[in-house]
Design a binder for this molecule. Structure first.
Ligand SMILES: Cc1cc2nc3c(=O)[nH]c(=O)nc-3n(C[C@H](O)[C@H](O)[C@H](O)COP(=O)(O)OP(=O)(O)OC[C@H]3O[C@@H](n4cnc5c(N)ncnc54)[C@H](O)[C@@H]3O)c2cc1C
Length: 437
């Protein structure tokens, strides 16, 4: 078995000796959890193999720190850390999302109201630049690179090692479902929890404009019973019916693994026959195999939007008029600091420390209305953001009004001057739709 250094040397040498000037994408072991995009250029790009970067290198239970390679999946990470009574801060909901993908892309879950995204709890990265140079970055060393690695989708280099914080955990999560009839009551309850920090987890499902569920989780040692959501039970539906639930901690983290609100298989019979074996991982794998035959128009709208808390009422009023699709997943998200990857213009529009991530998953496309585009326009108006994992229609000018071009260009010049990983705008708004090079 190769040591971490040997693996990094191999990748670095490959990049140093590379003659081709074509764009390069990563070949990793776990399936990608970006929203399926049949024409994405990454499928046909030249590849750099990082599939062996998938080991946990060290867990320091005393300091509550873990060092791991980027291809480690969250399901494996939780399995390893929980043996020490610890878990990562912010565990995305699908088992096979990787820690490298969560940092380069996004990560949102029910610890986000307190801890932001997984990247907010990272303390150091090792990065391999496009020219094969190996850099270490942290808030103390190469800080701008450290900050810009998040959300730039691998366009600034390859993350080859991550060091991150862990937090103490108990074996079970008790979840209480608070029910509200209006958005204003719901917002008040969210705000109270955000201020008081009196729970370990908070997310919710907006089932309809008059049914708001806030799911409050707390670690506990013992439970009268436990449920798992890995076969017949559908988690998001249970939030409407139940008053409370007890879920083993790893099962809690992956309670949405069959899909958040767009659960597959959908029918009772489908779940009975195939539910045990099919989850988001298998669905995404099947899609990668048959993507050529899937018309983009048949892929439902799947997107996460970040709404400044102070603009939530305005956004939801507009959403009800223009989109009106429910249920949506609601994840309160703490803005760790004024992120360097967001433009000054957007930061100026809101000083909110709390955002609501609203996940709109499974909305059928409409010929007369491009939901992606109208939502992007609304976000720009109110100073909101979206994760770039979905289909993106921003023009280049609009895009750089939201993302921070000055900071991005500064790092890009240093880590990928010949643009082999593509520019962030080109990769996520053009190449992902099959446009351009
Ligand atoms: C239906 C659906 C729903 C989702 N819902 C949520 C959600 O609610 N919460 C949430 O947190 N996330 C959600 N995700 C998104 C997912 O967490 C992100 O897309 C995440 O970035 C995927 O990580 P991955 O490990 O699958 O990486 P990939 O999809 O393989 O990669 C994501 C990006 O990161 C880059 N990348 C990957 N590894 C590295 C590396 N080592 N170095 C540099 N760049 C790298 C890739 O090039 C790519 O551009 C959802 C995704 C889907 C498809």
């Amino acid at each position: 078995m190769q040591t971490h250094k040997q693996k990094v040397d191999r990748i670095s040498n490959q990049l140093k000796n590379r003659k081709s000037t074509e764009h390069l994408s990563l070949y990793k072991k776990a399936v990608s959890h970006e929203v399926p995009k049949p024409n994405d250029k990454r499928y046909t790009d030249e590849k750099i193999d990082v599939s062996d970067l998938n080991e946990i290198l060290h867990i320091d239970a005393k300091k509550k720190i873990c060092i791991a390679e980027p291809g480690v999946t969250f399901v494996d990470l939780v399995k390893a850390t929980i043996k020490h009574g610890l878990v990562p801060l912010t565990v995305p909901e699908f088992k096979t999302i990787t820690i490298g993908g969560a940092v380069a892309g996004c990560s949102i879950e029910s610890m986000s109201f307190m801890h932001g995204g997984f990247h907010d709890n990272c303390v150091e990265y090792e990065i391999i630049t496009a020219k094969g140079e190996v850099l270490t970055c942290s808030p103390k060393k190469n800080n701008l690179l450290f900050q810009m690695v998040h959300g730039t989708f691998g366009t600034l280099g390859i993350i080859s090692k991550l060091k991150f914080r862990l937090t103490p955990a108990k074996p079970i999560v008790k979840v209480t479902y608070e029910k509200y009839r209006t958005l204003e009551e719901y917002k008040k309850a969210i705000w109270r929890r955000f201020k008081n920090k009196d729970c370990d987890f908070m997310d919710g499902i907006i089932h309809s404009p008059t049914k708001y569920v806030l799911s409050i989780g707390k670690f506990v040692d013992k439970a009268p019973y436990t449920h798992s959501y890995d076969w017949m039970r559908v988690y998001y539906k249970s939030t409407k019916r139940r008053k409370e639930d007890y879920i083993k901690t790893p099962d809690y983290f992956f309670r949405y693994n069959k899909g958040v609100t767009n659960v597959i298989p959908k029918s009772f019979i489908g779940r009975l026959l195939f539910g045990k074996f099919i989850s988001s991982n298998e669905v995404l794998k099947i899609f990668e195999k048959i993507r050529r035959f899937v018309p983009a128009s048949r892929i439902p709208v799947t997107l996460d939007v970040f709404i400044p808390f102070s603009k939530a009422t305005e956004f939801m009023d507009w959403y009800r008029r223009e989109v009106n699709f429910f249920p949506i997943w609601c994840v309160p998200y703490r803005r760790g600091h004024d992120y360097e990857w967001i433009s000054k213009e957007v930061l100026k529009k809101s000083s909110d420390k709390l955002y609501l991530d609203l996940a709109i998953y499974g909305l059928e496309k409409n010929r007369d209305k491009d939901y992606y585009k109208i939502i992007e326009d609304k976000l720009m108006e109110i100073g909101g953001l979206k994760t770039l994992i979905s289909t993106n229609y921003y023009t280049e000018k609009e895009f750089w009004k939201t993302w921070n071009k000055k900071n991005y260009d500064k790092i890009k010049k240093r880590t990928d001057p010949n643009n082999i990983f593509r520019n962030l705008y080109t990769k996520m708004c053009k190449a992902s739709r099959g446009i351009g090079k």
